[in-house]
Design a protein around this ligand. Structure first.
Ligand code: ACM
Length: 559
């Protein structure tokens, strides 16, 4: 009798979706078991170790290195093939294939092989996202598949605001792993703001002694009458930073540090009053800000301040080496903020006005441009690239400088047209602090309603750019500002599940926004929620917040 072969099993719900995946005949289903080994040729040891430490721990399998004569029935074969770079679409591209007794992961370079390992983890099911096995099961079939994948955009970022509410080091390392699980590759750390300074600077110890904590905190957004009447603070030591950078680099994630100047600087001025406009305000009585908004207390445009911040940046450059993540080149970037600098103190300050006259600057806006340009030149002279919020475009920039376009797409469009690289992060689309549902149960609702579907339909490249200009759009990042996120659970709630949609919008070859198949993504999310559960992510459930995720009576600022 002629037996028809069974239909191929559907490809497991991968997030972000791969470029191309077809189920293979079930006869090509390899099974990982306690004898399974990893073939790990030169250059693949780090990925093999990651597989052992993560997948091996979750499944309860040793996944030992393969040796001649090993009794392994099934092997995980890691293959680096630099000559395939063109075919696989660069260093992040990869291929996965299966035979009855092997899973073959192939990439041109280590970043691609690491993405392949992440996909293999998704293929093995939600249990693979735990840290230890929960059953006695010892046989783990890998769905038979032929898969080819690679990213659409090079810069796939997440910005964490660790200044407004500090995220302890362990939380940052956890986010690095969550990013890696979603194939994101740039972590932008917003390290300084009016409400806190979070990085140890040896030369200026008061930045953290004084600047890293406040005595109380506004609970809710600006209009809220509530206060959290206890100290809040914390900072990363130099070794903490080195550890974060190394941990991220091992996952091919570049960490871009942000030191926000000349605005958003009250914590620094509270630590060193001479950094402020002492000729118009008594900065000696300033404290680290306990409220939200934009502080009028900004850096004075003096030589003292320039030298002070050069010393700060010297230590920052040392802690964030330019070659930490070589394949992307993004470790060269240093973010200098540059956003929302109120000019009132400069208007009233004789010292600031004297500087405007002496340099022939175009008023206070020209003064801000001069300030940014100083650090643009300073960083460029040290082989680094400046990146800043789109306000920095206002004064003209050095050719290598790049722009984070946050006030919509406009700044990014102008920057790309002027030949600058751009990271799109328009607040109307990808500010994940903004509420994700119009309902009354959203905790401390602020900003626009941006649902999972809205984020899924985010397109980093606006249609008005020509193909040549569009090449300057490196990619995009989701920004998580933490004024109303007092702990990791609140950050999880705002970031997830939307970060998964964001990751797919950046990684996968999706059609234009209106044509995207959100229903398909949403169906895959059913499996993905189980992965997030296994990882312990406190995401917003599709049907709305759990009772303990609500913040009844705490005022936000819906728009
Ligand atoms: C910003 O949201 N102020 C960059």
């Amino acid at each position: 009798m002629n037996h028809p072969s069974p239909p191929p099993a559907p490809t497991p719900a991968l997030v972000p979706a791969p470029r191309h995946a077809v189920p293979a005949a079930p006869t090509r289903t390899p099974v990982l078991d306690p004898h399974t080994t990893i073939e790990e040729p030169c250059g693949t040891t780090a990925v093999a170790n990651w597989l052992r430490g993560t997948l091996g721990a979750a499944l309860g399998l040793p996944l030992s290195p393969h040796t001649p004569g090993s009794p392994a029935r099934t092997r995980v074969r890691l293959t680096l093939a630099p000559d395939l770079a063109g075919e696989l679409g660069g260093p992040e591209g990869y291929r996965i294939g299966t035979t009855p007794h092997s899973v073959i992961l192939t990439a041109a370079a280590e970043p691609g092989l690491f993405h392949a390992a992440q996909t293999l983890r998704q293929l093995l099911g939600p249990e693979a996202f735990r840290r230890a096995p929960v059953t006695a099961r010892r046989h783990w079939p890998v769905p038979a598949v032929t898969l080819e994948d690679g990213p659409r955009f090079r810069w796939r970022g997440l910005m964490l605001d660790v200044a407004r509410h500090f995220m302890p080091k362990d939380g940052v390392l956890r986010y690095v792993d969550l990013m890696a699980a979603h194939k994101l590759n740039v972590l932008h750390l917003h390290l300084t703001d009016d409400q806190g300074w979070r990085i140890e600077i040896r030369r200026h110890p008061r930045l953290t002694e004084v600047g890293s904590w406040r005595t109380r905190t506004k609970f809710g957004h600006r209009a809220s009458p509530l206060w959290e009447d206890k100290p809040h603070g914390g900072f990363y030591t130099r070794d903490d930073i080195r550890e974060i950078v190394a941990y991220a680099a091992a996952r091919h994630i570049a960490v871009v540090p942000e030191i926000d100047i000349p605005g958003h600087s009250q914590a620094a001025i509270a630590a060193y009053p001479e950094l402020g406009s002492t000729d118009v305000v008594d900065t000696s009585s300033l404290t680290v800000w306990d409220d939200w908004g934009i502080s009028p207390n900004v850096l004075a445009p003096t030589d003292t301040v320039l030298r002070f911040y050069e010393e700060v940046f010297e230590e920052v450059l040392e802690l964030f080496p330019p070659d930490a993540v070589p394949y992307s080149g993004f470790s060269r970037f240093v973010h200098i903020g540059g956003d929302e600098c109120p000019k009132d103190q400069w208007r009233r300050s004789p010292a600031a006005q004297a500087r405007i006259r002496e340099r022939g600057l175009d008023g206070e806006d020209g003064l801000q441009a001069w300030f940014v340009r100083h650090f643009d030149d300073w960083l460029a002279a040290r082989g680094r690239r400046l990146i800043g919020w789109d306000e920095i475009l206002e004064g003209g920039l050095a050719p290598g400088a790049a722009v984070s376009s946050w006030r919509g797409y406009e700044g990014g469009v102008a920057a790309a047209r002027a030949g600058h690289d751009v990271v799109m992060c328009p607040e109307q689309q990808v500010y994940l602090d903004h509420r994700q549902d119009p309902g009354p149960d959203e905790p401390v609702p602020i900003g626009f309603v941006r649902t999972l579907e809205d984020v899924y339909r985010f397109a980093p490249v606006p249609p008005e750019l020509t193909p040549d200009q569009a090449r300057h759009v490196l990619g995009a990042q989701a920004n998580v500002w933490t004024e109303v996120m007092e702990d990791q659970g609140r950050v999880d709630y705002q970031a997830f599940p939307r970060l998964a949609a964001f990751a797919e919008a950046l990684w996968s070859p999706l059609p234009p926004p209106a044509e995207r198949d959100f229903a398909d993504f949403d169906a895959r999310m059913t499996t993905h929620y189980a992965r997030l559960d296994a990882l312990g992510v406190a995401y917003r459930p599709p049907q709305g917040p759990h009772p303990w995720q609500r913040r009844p009576g705490v005022e936000g600022r819906p728009r």
